[in-house]
Design a protein around this ligand. Structure first.
Ligand code: ADP
Ligand code: ZN
Ligand code: ZN
Length: 744
């Protein structure tokens, strides 16, 4: 007798374990790992959906009491069973229920009514058809005659057939009559599945380029590896515009030519734009998209098309990573450093890491690309996990812009209190004069706020964690500074601890505020603003970007949204108003993000024939993330940043597990966070920071506390996570509390 371990499709912690079911003999063949099944569940034996996650010959309980599977759902299984083991890996590595992990890897599980197109074809020659028609006419079978007239009226009888719907609706032929005619063998009915295709059937030309030497070398190496059966991970470090996308397309082409499939991940924000169109131009109907803005029907259909082998390439944000290909050859991750690859719901996975794992399980390759690689990816190149390729030149004819760093402390001394330095003001004037376009960029990160000195530029940081301290405001005044990692507190100083200046305070700059100032200071300019407020709605982004592309405005003011992957050939000036905004964000990746944002912002200027000009305004002009971004020197930046990470035991040298505790009761939350601290215990290998208040100490009625656990070995942190999970399983009094995990 055969038994199946089944995970029940309910997101309840206590049920998040496999239950054993008997497999009826007649189902033995279909009941394999990965298939969905219907099972009787609970006292009332309600029918529930579940997934088979294991098989065995030994019963766990009394065989007579073991329930049997009711039904095995028919579905292509190969991809599913693989995705299921990937889900298991994610559950183990990121801490989530098996059910949540399954939901992440198999988001499309409900069948959505398919669209079918039915057509009616004559089963006879035209001549014979006319004879039959005569016959029916004599018998006054008017409906049959109408149907035959419809068929005889077609231009090309055999080729196109008659749409079933037209026969019913326009020719007024009852369904019954059509059926009779089919049974009489006079007509044939064909049905074809219609897919809801999210890509508009636009004619996009394939603008294939002759690869330059650098690009060709990458393609050659990859192909040679691929052809000799080598599958591994690569990183393409290529400056903006160096032709990485062109390389991806060539690699993918090679893989699908060999009968395999490919996934192309792009950051959320780039989705609606150029990349998808370029792929569509090259690969036509072989490519489709998968993302959360598709309708349920569209999503279901893409899923089916992938499973039926009708699509070879899927493009999409991180969730596209789970496209159910069964013969996957390559996963490309464009703009690998982007934050949208980090999932913020359980399981809180990072797409790069899961891609590496999925590729390993299926023996496929991974190609990540970026102008500003994450420290992780570049570190992997040093440790041999990735092979590094470098593209230093721009592929088209665009030249690199001239970049200038402006010291805002000098502006203070010269009594210029405007948000624009004198240099930037002059450049804006000149640019407006020439009728060229300008982008003004506010690199604010989330809700980051910090305290800094306007005279010396220093921000107040935590001594042990090196991140800037977060001001806590009571009655409109900053009273306390807190470290969001270790919870350390300091009173707000009266004078700058570095230079003694009284010009110390919180620093903030909003897009709306900047827009108003720009309008006042440059009344002749037409201004557009792009931020979270102005881009709500489905086409919010594209509306503003298109207006700017059509030169309906001279100046575009915005957050990081404006610097990502959009090409405007008339933009010749890019101004970063305060590089410090991202530099002093209170997390350990602040310098890395700043470098990436500045490099990207610079990449927006002068992409076509016109040369570009870039200005970085900052109070910390000597900070390496700013000087290296201005010099376009990633390697130098990496060297300095990795040394900092090494010193403070931050990733990628060490690992950090973020443990977030929350509940509706403040007291309980605090108690539990202290309990969790105890459970983690004082091992030699690990350092615990906190518990402390997270950035949002209260969110949607939930009180939150956070702990950070550092360890050199990733496995150590997984064990810590397991211990906390076990504890939560056993505890009755913390039943209404939740603990979530994130590996940083
Ligand atoms: P990236 O992805 O690195 O930013 P792209 O692939 O988008 O770079 O290329 C930047 C621009 O250069 C695009 O307009 C592209 O068409 C063009 N380009 C890419 N490769 C070549 C090449 N070998 N010859 C000429 N132009 C190229
Ligand atoms: Zn100072
Ligand atoms: Zn600290």
């Amino acid at each position: 007798m055969l038994f199946a371990e089944v995970i029940v499709d309910i997101s309840v912690k206590s049920l998040d374990r496999p239950f054993q079911y008997r497999i009826p003999e007649q189902m033995e063949e279909q009941a394999v790992i990965g298939v969905p099944v219907i099972i009787p569940f609970g006292k009332g034996n309600r029918e529930r959906k579940g997934f088979i996650v294991g098989l065995s010959n030994t019963p766990q309980y009394d065989i007579n009491k073991t329930k049997a599977i009711i039904k095995v759902e028919k579905q292509g299984v190969a991809a599913e069973s693989h995705l299921l083991s990937l889900a298991y890996w994610m559950k183990e590595n990121y801490g989530a229920t098996m059910n949540d992990a399954i939901k992440a890897v198999m988001p499309v599980r409900k069948e959505i009514q398919q669209k079918v197109e039915r057509r009616i074809f004559p089963a006879f020659t035209e001549e014979k058809l006319r004879e039959v028609r005569e016959l029916f006419e004599k018998k006054h079978n008017v409906a049959r005659v109408r149907l035959l007239d419809g068929l005889l009226g077609l231009k090309d009888l055999r080729e196109e057939g008659l749409l079933y719907e037209d026969a019913v609706k326009m020719l007024n032929v009852p369904n019954k009559v059509i059926k009779e005619m089919e049974q009489l063998g006079i007509i044939r009915i064909s049905s074809k599945r219609l897919y809801r295709n999210p890509l508009e059937e636009k004619r996009i030309a394939d603008n294939r380029k002759r690869l330059n030497e650098g690009q060709q070398a990458i393609v050659d190496t990859f192909q040679k590896d691929y052809d000799s059966g080598v599958r591994k991970n690569y990183l393409i470090h290529g400056v903006t515009g160096s032709g990485k996308t062109e390389v991806y397309m060539n690699l993918i082409e090679h893989v699908i030519r060999n009968g395999q499939q490919a996934i192309m991940l792009i950051p959320e924000i780039a989705l609606t734009f150029q990349t998808v169109n370029r792929f569509y131009g090259r690969f036509k109907e072989k490519v489709s998209v998968m993302h959360s803005r598709l309708s349920a029907g569209e999503r279901y259909d893409q899923y089916q098309r992938v499973k039926n082998n009708e699509i070879q390439i899927i493009i999409g944000p991180r969730s596209a990573l789970f496209a159910p290909f069964s013969n996957l050859g390559l996963i490309v991750i464009d703009e690998e450093h982007e934050t949208s690859y980090q999932s913020d719901t359980m399981p809180k996975y990072h797409a790069r890491e899961v891609a590496i794992q999925r590729a390993k399980m299926l023996s496929a390759s991974v190609v990540a690309g970026s102008a500003t690689p994450s420290l992780e990816a570049y570190y992997y190149c040093q440790t041999g996990k990735f092979q590094l390729f470098t593209l230093k030149e721009r592929a088209g004819n665009a030249a690199f812009p001239t970049i200038q760093i402006v010291d805002l402390r000098e502006e203070m001394k010269a009594k210029n209190y405007s948000i624009f330095s004198r240099t930037l003001q002059e450049k804006i004037e000149a640019c407006l004069e020439k009728e060229e376009q300008i982008m003004l960029f506010i690199n604010r990160r989330g809700y980051a706020s910090f305290v800094s000195c306007r005279e010396c530029g220093e921000a107040i940081r935590c001594e042990s964690c090196s991140v800037s301290l977060k001001p806590h405001i009571y009655h409109g005044k900053v009273s306390l500074l807190k470290c969001h990692y270790c919870g350390a507190q300091k009173p707000m100083p009266v004078v700058c601890p570095f230079c003694g200046s009284r010009y110390i305070g919180t620093f903030g700059l909003g897009t709306q505020q900047v827009e108003e100032i720009v309008k006042k200071q440059f009344p002749q300019a037409r201004v557009l603003r792009m931020d979270a407020d102005t881009t709500s709605g489905k086409n919010g982004h594209s509306r503003i970007l298109q207006a700017f592309a059509k030169k309906e405005a001279d100046i575009l003011v915005g957050t990081q949204m404006i610097v990502k992957g959009h090409d405007f050939s008339d933009v010749t000036l890019v101004g970063v108003l305060a590089a410090d905004l991202s530099l002093n964000a209170s997390d350990f990746r602040a310098a890395e993000r700043t470098f990436a944002l500045l490099a990207q912002a610079a990449g927006r200027a002068g992409r076509a024939e016109k040369p570009g000009d870039v200005v970085f305004q900052t109070y910390q002009p000597e900070h390496y993330s700013i000087t290296c971004a201005a010099a376009g020197d990633y390697e130098n930046f990496y060297r300095q940043e990795i040394a900092v990470r090494q010193m403070l035991h931050y990733p990628p040298i060490s690992n950090i597990l973020e443990v977030l505790v929350f509940s509706k009761e403040q007291k309980k939350t605090v108690l539990l966070s202290e309990q969790v601290h105890k459970i983690i215990g004082a091992e030699k290998e690990i350092t615990i920071l906190g518990p402390g208040d997270p950035v949002f100490a209260k969110l949607r009625d939930f009180y939150r506390r956070v702990l950070f656990v550092k360890a050199v070995r990733y496995q150590t942190l997984c064990e810590v996570k397991d211990r906390i999970e076990d504890f939560m399983q056993e505890q009755e009094e913390y039943k209404d509390c939740t603990v979530t995990f994130r590996f940083n």
